[in-house]
Structure formats: C-alpha cells, structure tokens
Design a protein around this ligand. Structure first.
Ligand SMILES: Nc1ncnc2c1ncn2[C@@H]1O[C@H](COP(=O)(O)OP(=O)(O)OP(=O)(O)O)[C@@H](O)[C@H]1O
Ligand SMILES: [Mg+2]
Length: 456
C-alpha cells in the first residue's frame, strides 16, 4: 500500500453564506453563549451539537447518526459547519448534498461509499529514517545531456542541512530534486527527506528568518534539534478515500502510459470494491500493530430528503459496519413521501427504521431580535454599513418572509445606497429594493392571483 504519495483530497467548501460562522460558541460548561463565534440564539440545538462534538472527540459515536430538522433558514447548515469548525482539521468532515448521488456515470451507492470513506480518517505514526534540517545550500549540478543535443540535465543535487547539533552536505539523486522543486524548497526552509523513499516534506521556514518582511502567511518552525540524520516519528493524517485514490490511479513515472494516464481525466470508477477490501485489510493490520489509529469523522448529508429508498437502505447497512463515520443529516421537510417509493409517507422523508436510529436535533424559527443580530453579523462580514433602525426594518421583513431573504437584501441595498452616494443603507433603500424583488411567499401569492395570465 502506498502511503507516501497520498495527497489529501478534502472537499473544498463553498460556504460564502456561512463565512461568519467560526464555531458553536459554547462556554466551558457547554452552554450556548447567546451571541458567540458568529452564531446567534438557537441555544438548544447548539448545545446538543456541542455534545455531539464531545462524543466525536472521545470516539464514542462511530456509526451513529444525528438529524437536524427544522424550517428553512433556521441554521441547520450553519450549525453543521460550526461542528466542523469545532472538530478542527484533524478530524475529517465531509459535506455533501443529498442530490449529489444522482449522476449518470456513477452509481448512487458508489457516491455514498466514496463520501463515507472521505469521512473516515487514519492517523499513521511511523518511525522513519530521515535527514532533517534547515537548508543552507541547494545547488543542482548540471551535465551535458548524455543523449546529445543542446539541453543540459541535472546529474545530482547538492544540499546542505543544518540542525542545532551540526551540518551535513548531501549529494542527492535528480529525482529528489524534482520533489524539492514541487515542495518549493528554498534555502532557509526546514525540511526532511525520507532516506528510504526520498520523499521530501517542507515543514516551514526556519524561525531565524522570522523577522524578514513577508507578505505571505508563512509557518515558522524552530531549527531541528539532534543530528541531521536520525529516526523521526512522522505523523500523517489521511482518509480512507485518499488511500483508495492513491492506490487506484497509476502515479508519476516518465513512461508514456503513465503520462497518458495523467492527461486523461481520472475516472472515479477506477476504485473498485476489491481495492477497498484490500485497503481495509491493510488498514486493519496497521491498526492491530499500533502503527495507525482510526479517526472516525463526520459525513454531513444536507437536504437528506433528496435521497431515495435505495440510498437509505444502503446507508442503514453502512452505518452498521465496523468502520463507519458519524453521519449528520439535515432537512427542512416535514411529513413527505420517501423518494423512490410510490406512497410511503414518512416524517422528514426518511424511512422509519432509519429514523429510529437517529438522534434528532430541532432548530426553531428565530425571533425578530435574533434575526436582527444575525443580519448585523452578516452586514459586518460583508463589510456593509447599515444603521440600527434599518437593521430593524430588515429584521421585520425577515419575520414576514424568511431570514435568508432578508440577508439577501443586504447586497442590493448596499449597491443602491452607493448609487445614491450614501455611506450606509437607509430605510428608503430597503423599501425600494423590497418593492423591486419578491420573496417566495409574495411571488407565490402573485402566481395564485394571476393564475390565468401564465402559460399552462
Ligand atoms: N443562529 C445563527 N447565527 C448566525 N447566522 C445564522 C444562524 N442561523 C442561520 N444563520 C445564517 O442564516 C442563513 C440561513 O441559514 P442556513 O442556511 O443554515 O439555514 P438552513 O436551516 O440550512 O435552511 P434550509 O433548510 O433552507 O437549508 C445562513 O447564511 C446562515 O449562516
Ligand atoms: Mg441548509
């Protein structure tokens, strides 16, 4: 099994609407602070989420599932993302939306399985022989191309490494020079090179350079202690999916087949059940030997009512398996038909047997005051200035329509205010924008009233 080349494939999140959320905002005892970490109100749900986080941290929750249920715009997605923030980046958190499973290329259960494995982490501890230190010199030595022609090739690379105890000069293979370039290693960086594989890891910039004027966010690390050549415990966090990908795709190499492989879009279907079984076997062995530790993370399935009965059955079974993450569902549906069935009506559109396993957290509609606070936080995040009374007006619109609609009015209102050469949004801007746009309810009412004017 390959471990060295495993790249993390954490899904990037597009959460612009939730960028103000920094955590659950609980105090030491686990009680919700009314306004904290970007979250307002919804205390019960936040406290419940806090307990879920505790259980995940103490690894007591693998294979369980939680459902966030509540009307639209009551912060279900927001709270789940807050859970992710609380867990930090060492615990995998894989967000997905129910409708993601529908694809013409990949089976539904395959999509679910992939996301399941993205949510299961593995912390691998290995003692490796490494050369570690601050780079004092980095000189590629060129020779004439042995194949003739004008080009020159790197025959080897000379690198100097310094630690608190001493310095060492190494003469390395050109292939390591490539990895050095990939990691963008420069003199003054602290790196280590694994002696068995030649893999290069850049740890950061040596802190002797910390005073240097630097625009980019750099991580400064102290000069390594001990000898340059030593045994080092290397910790790597990967997910099972990372391992699947790394072992399925042909990687690197200069021969034509692997070059072609890199050009072509990597197909997702390359990861077979057989491969997964193999990987599970190796992973289990590693766990038994104490080299690796399983870190069950979170699979967050938003809009869970979009899943159909086949997916639910699959999920139910997957939750029973020995390696399973914690699954958090969210939905704004009440009683509705389960997708893929003729007439099975069930709460939240989730089959009763699965529902029976779930711990349900409710989110409740916000009061006008809470809406005002949330809109204020959003305005601050988007760098829009609004007077207190205009905030109150937006909040009252929010109560009549939805929180989301009120939040969405902020940007057009600020544009209008700018056009009118004003510093901050005023009541008249809100009035005008609210007349130009309709919220869902108002629009539906117009549709109902003017039913005969629309195409049938
Ligand atoms: N308690 C809160 N504190 C701060 N911001 C919140 C809070 N609740 C919701 N928001 C913000 O309000 C907006 C709508 O909330 P969110 O998307 O979480 O609702 P939802 O319950 O997931 O709705 P839906 O059922 O439609 O998916 C988001 O921008 C969210 O960040
Ligand atoms: Mg949502």
């Amino acid at each position: 099994m390959k471990i060295e080349e495993v790249k993390s494939t954490t899904k990037t999140q597009r959460i612009a609407a939730h960028s103000h959320i920094k955590g659950l905002g609980l105090d030491e005892a686990g009680f919700a602070i009314q306004t904290s970490s970007g979250l307002v109100g919804q205390e019960h749900a936040r406290e419940a989420a806090g307990i879920v986080v505790e259980m995940i941290r103490s690894k007591k929750m693998s294979g369980r599932a939680v459902l966030l249920g509540g009307p639209p715009g009551t912060g279900k997605t927001a709270i789940s993302l807050a859970i992710a923030q609380e867990l930090g980046n060492k615990v995998p958190f894989c967000p997905m939306v129910g409708s993601e499973v529908y694809s013409t290329e990949i089976k539904k259960t395959e999509v679910l399985m992939e996301n399941f494995r993205r949510a299961i982490g593995l912390r691998i501890k290995e003692t490796k022989e490494v050369y570690e230190g601050e780079v004092t010199e980095l000189t590629p030595v060129e020779t004439e191309n042995p194949m003739g022609g004008y080009g020159k090739t790197v025959s080897h690379v000379v690198i100097g490494l310094k630690t608190a105890k001493g310095t060492k000069q190494l003469k390395l293979d050109p292939s390591i020079y490539e990895s050095l370039q990939k990691e963008k290693v420069e003199t003054g960086d602290v790196i280590y090179i694994e002696s068995s594989s030649g893999a290069v890891k850049r740890q950061g910039r040596s802190d002797t350079f910390a005073t240097e004027f630097d625009l980019e966010a750099e991580e400064y690390v102290p000069l390594p202690k001990g000898e340059v050549h030593k045994k080092k415990e290397v910790i790597q966090d990967v997910t099972l999916h990372d391992l699947d990908v790394a072992n399925a795709k042909p990687q690197g190499g200069q021969d034509i087949i692997s070059m072609m492989g890199q050009l072509m879009k990597p197909k997702k279907t390359e990861i077979t059940d057989k491969l997964r079984k193999e990987i599970n076997k190796v992973v289990n062995k590693y766990i038994d030997q104490g080299i690796a530790e399983l870190v069950p993370g979170v699979l967050f399935i938003d809009e869970v009512h979009m899943l159909d009965i086949e997916c639910f059955t699959y999920l139910h079974r997957a939750l029973e398996s020995t390696i399973a993450p914690i699954v958090i569902f969210a939905t704004n549906r009440g009683k509705c038909t389960i997708r893929g069935t003729e007439d099975m009506v069930s709460p939240h559109g989730i089959p009763l047997d699965l529902l029976d396993r779930l711990m349900i957290i409710r989110t409740l509609p916000y009061s006008q005051e809470e809406m005002q606070q949330i809109i204020r936080i959003r305005a601050q995040t988007e760098d829009i200035s609004v007077s207190e009374e205009s905030l109150a007006k937006l909040a009252s619109i929010g109560v009549k329509s939805t929180l989301r609609y009120a939040v969405q009015l902020l940007t057009p209102c600020s544009l209008l205010a700018k056009i009118n050469a004003k510093e901050s949004i005023g009541d008249d801007d809100i009035q005008e924008i609210n007349e130009l746009f309709f919220d869902a309810k108002a629009s539906a009412k117009i549709l109902a009233d003017q039913d005969d004017k629309y195409m049938k």
